[in-house]
Design a protein around this ligand. Sequence first.
Ligand SMILES: Nc1ncnc2c1ncn2[C@@H]1O[C@H](COP(=O)(O)OP(=O)(O)OP(=O)(O)O)[C@@H](O)[C@H]1O
Ligand SMILES: [Mg+2]
Length: 270
Amino acid sequence: MARIIVVTSGKGGVGKTTSSAAISTGLAQRGNKTVVIDFDVGLRNLDLIMGCERRVVYDFVNVINDEANLNQALIKDKRVENLFILPASQTRDKDALNREGVERVITKLSEMGFDYIVCDSPAGIETGALMALYFADEAIVTTNPEVSSVRDSDRILGILASKSRRAELGLEPIKEHLLLTRYAPTRVNKGDMLSVEDVQEILAIPLLGVIPESSSVLRASNAGEPVILDGESDAGQAYDDAVARLLGEKREFRFLTEEKKGFLSRLFGS
Ligand SMILES: Nc1ncnc2c1ncn2[C@@H]1O[C@H](COP(=O)(O)OP(=O)(O)OP(=O)(O)O)[C@@H](O)[C@H]1O
Ligand SMILES: [Mg+2]
């Protein structure tokens, strides 16, 4: 069975698509057959970040509507083995996604031997976002260190616990992970942003990663290369750590302070 991971947030523009691209790439780099699905109907973006926009012929909605099969719609990444992209539709029809259709696609992907299905959620808490999280086994709650983002993430946690398939069937709850993105220690120290500890205290879910605010992210997205492929960059390394933790590895947190050391001892007293 494929493991289904939703990258979600409530609030828009916090880094879901950047994170979906990086994390799916990282999972595939470690030998897991991975597909990343763009649930953002009408606002296709993932294909740009993944650098395959010119190769899109069919999309997720075409597959749901039986206008194409998965083999026609899936785009195989040219850089990383085991990595596939299912692009979003540009249709304006907000009801293009329906639960039965999404379930059929996910079941088929599972039958095709995918280990991970990463769902890049649109912003908000409407149809697209609900469809993206409904079938999830795990959720990567993407949050910026500011009050409005944390509040929306808290709302999403409520929805994961009440409106997901696992919640409705009374199964083991979705495994939740906090991914703090666009973290800028200098601004935290000035009091302009919440600290890791502040956010963790409010949301109270395990910390998967802290991705620093970094010019490498914009550079990567302009180049159509998931930032995790830039192994020299701080953001790329932070995503690599997050993927390792997602797979159960222990990794120290980095890029949390201006001087790079001393955070763990402050947080955990170790
Ligand atoms: N760590 C980072 N450092 C600097 N910029 C970042 C970082 N993460 C994301 N960004 C920038 O923030 C913007 C929004 O990122 P992204 O598109 O991934 O967010 P999103 O949550 O998917 O947005 P939407 O809700 O519209 O789908 C982009 O311009 C991206 O380059
Ligand atoms: Mg997005």
